[in-house]
Design a protein around this ligand. Structure first.
Ligand code: G3P
Ligand code: CA
Length: 311
């Protein structure tokens, strides 16, 4: 086993999502307390131009929108965030992610859907919350915003990228050395941000499991990004019948280009096929592969591996 020099950054994926509903402020507070280095914010726009910390373009899976506003469903069956003002979205009850047609929870062992009501959080509110905790604890936990579907937002008449970078500027995150990574799946968006803002804003290009990148594409990413955020499936492609890992060269190739590697998503209750031990999965990525960060729903479980790395 090779030992990487430093422990990877712990990126709390939508908060402490393994324990509390994703993107609730309670979930972010728990992740902060469990030792996250960064808290993730997925960002979408409301009709009145507010930046909302929500994962989906629609509200269907995480709140009671279908009961409260049945007439606002679009023809494709979804209730889009961008069709609602912030005040309307604030009136909804948020909870654990579920299949809207059946009410079946996506992760049955997590916080009960029926218990408690949670609310939407704006990007401004979450930044003030993180900065407040940093002030009261003396820590410097970062933010890790994702611009969700910028092209789709543009088609709806919203320049989501500009709204996000303006918010970052407002809150001081465009100052060099700020504790932030900006992430997006869209290359053109990140290229334009890098051209406009420059290297003072660290950028992570997300990579879907459906779209593996080749060496030339990786070299192109290195022209506008500081790292990649690949699905962990692009690195661990499978496990053989004999238990052998089928590993890609992505981490090595990215490191050779000076790119950091922050794979997603490490879930103790949703392991990759062929893996039955979450700690073993973590140790593979931390020690053998030497990744630089991990998106996880279980900050505490990743933090518990810190003592497996020499100081
Ligand atoms: O942003 C990293 C990871 O969160 C990407 O997947 O779909 O959870 O936003 P998603
Ligand atoms: Ca995300």
């Amino acid at each position: 086993m090779s030992i990487s020099a430093a422990f990877p950054l712990i990126i709390a994926h939508r908060g402490a999502s393994g324990y509390l509903p994703e993107h609730s402020l309670a979930s972010k507070a728990l992740a902060y307390g469990l030792g996250a280095d960064f808290l993730e914010q997925d960002l979408v726009a409301s009709r009145d131009g507010e930046l909302l910390v929500l994962h989906d373009l629609w509200l269907d899976d995480v709140c009671d929108v279908a009961e409260r506003f049945p007439a606002r469903r679009r023809a494709d069956g979804h209730f889009y965030c961008i069709d609602f003002d912030l005040a309307e979205i604030r009136s909804l009850r948020f909870g654990e992610r579920c299949e809207p047609a059946t009410g079946t929870e996506k992760f049955p062992g997590r916080f009960p859907r029926s218990a408690g009501g949670f609310g939407v959080v704006t990007f401004d509110e979450e930044i003030r919350f993180v900065q407040g905790l940093n002030a009261s604890t003396g820590r410097n936990v970062g933010i890790y915003p994702e611009i969700k579907a910028p092209q789709w937002h543009a088609e709806q008449g919203v320049d989501l990228t500009r709204s996000v970078t303006e918010a970052l500027d407002r809150h001081g995150y465009l100052e060099p050395g700020s504790r932030i990574f900006l992430q997006c799946f869209d290359a053109d968006t990140l290229r334009s941000v890098r051209a406009r803002v420059g290297p003072r804003l660290p950028i992570i290009r997300l990579l879907s499991s459906r779209l593996p990148v080749n060496a030339a594409q990786l070299r192109d990413i290195a022209t506008y990004a500081d790292g990649i955020g690949p699905s962990l499936k692009l690195i661990l492609r499978g496990v053989g019948a004999d238990g052998a890992y089928d590993l890609s060269e992505l981490v090595t190739q990215a490191h050779a280009l000076g790119l950091a590697v922050h794979p997603y998503t490490f879930r103790a209750d949703d392991l990759p096929a062929g893996i039955d031990d979450f700690d073993a999965l973590l140790d593979l990525f931390i020690h053998d592969l030497g990744v630089d960060g991990l998106f996880t729903d279980f900050t505490d479980r990743v933090a518990s591996r810190r003592d497996t790395v020499p100081p």
